[in-house]
Design a protein around this ligand. Structure first.
Ligand code: CP
Length: 309
């Protein structure tokens, strides 16, 4: 785990090790995160070329809880805006004795590219690249599911909405299949599904009312308007009527189903406020869990570099 770029190819044993490591950072009250000296003396740079609230902040908090020195660079005010290339930016940051880059970028493959070109002692963590992958989001979602459902093997999980443009959905499908859930069901209009989606290890429904039957875990997705041509944007009211999660539709799923959303949520587009803020919602718990899971991933990546030896 020197780099953490994708869930693809990772096995259940490694994913479980990440979840267990994250668990070890949670205090006696599950609302507390321990401060540990694991990464003291290490320097982590958050490089966010795309906007973020949850991922960037929880990576920064996670680094501080690991006792690392952490800097978050705002790309909008960096020399990238003066024409400096990605590689030159990386080379200059390397010269400041960096040990890890956490990278978010709108281009799929950007984190892989940096991992291939950065110095051999530096770890790269993918914090979301284009439509490709958001592996730490998938891990914090597994962590949250395990807190509420304990055992993955009997679960039916529905991922609902804009699967086509969602890096979260891709990583989520890989992670859920790796830990061996009974079924990953995607529920979306045909226009918001990738071609050959069945080959991704999912079942498919185009009808929310039918698709929610027997579901234990509901993962709602935002319409990724920034990745859609304006002519293809669905009408928000029409979309909500067909694919928006309301209290009435939630009753079709199992009575103890949990409702998840990676955020940011668009209230009244993919989810009704009464559901987002309701008793079955674990959306804010997902956000809290981002700290422990990102601590685990950063600590495990650095240990591969010899931290603590
Ligand atoms: N879930 C997620 O990636 O949120 P941000 O874009 O706010 O980081």
């Amino acid at each position: 785990l020197k780099h953490f770029l994708t869930i693809d190819g990772l096995d259940k044993q490694l994913l479980t090790e990440i979840l267990d490591t994250a668990e070890s950072f949670v205090g006696i009250s599950d609302q507390q995160i321990k401060k540990v000296p694991l990464l003291r003396g290490k320097t982590i740079v958050n490089l966010f070329f795309e906007n973020s609230t949850r991922t960037r902040t929880t990576f920064e908090l996670a680094a501080k809880r690991l006792s690392a020195d952490v800097i978050s660079i705002s790309i909008a005010t960096s020399s990238t805006s003066k024409g400096e290339s990605l590689l030159d930016t990386i080379r200059n940051l390397e010269a400041m004795f960096v040990d890890m880059f956490v990278v978010r970028h709108s281009i799929s493959g950007a984190a892989h590219f940096i991992a291939q070109h950065t110095a051999p002692h530096i770890s790269v963590i993918n914090a979301g690249d284009g439509q490709h992958a958001h592996p730490t989001q998938a891990m914090l979602d597994l962590f949250t599911i395990r807190q509420y459902k304990k055992d993955f093997s009997n679960l039916r999980v529905a991922i609902i909405g804009d699967i086509l443009h969602s890096r979260v959905a891709r990583s989520e499908i890989q992670a859920l299949n790796a830990v061996g859930v009974t079924e990953v069901r995607v529920i979306a209009p045909k226009t918001l599904l990738p071609a050959h989606v069945e080959t991704m290890g999912v079942t498919v429904s185009h009808n929310l009312t039918e698709g929610l039957k027997d579901i234990d875990v509901i993962i709602m997705l935002r319409l990724q308007k920034e990745r859609m041509a304006s002519a293809l944007l669905p009408s928000e009211s029409e979309y909500f009527k067909c694919f928006g999660l309301t209290e009435e539709k939630l009753k079709i799923a199992k009575p103890d189903a949990i409702v998840m959303h990676p955020g940011p949520i668009n209230r009244g587009v993919e989810i009704d406020s009464k559901v987002a803020d309701g008793p079955q919602s674990v959306i804010l718990r997902q956000v809290s869990n981002g700290i422990a899971i990102r601590m685990a991933i950063m600590a495990m990546a650095m240990q591969k570099q010899g931290v603590g030896e």
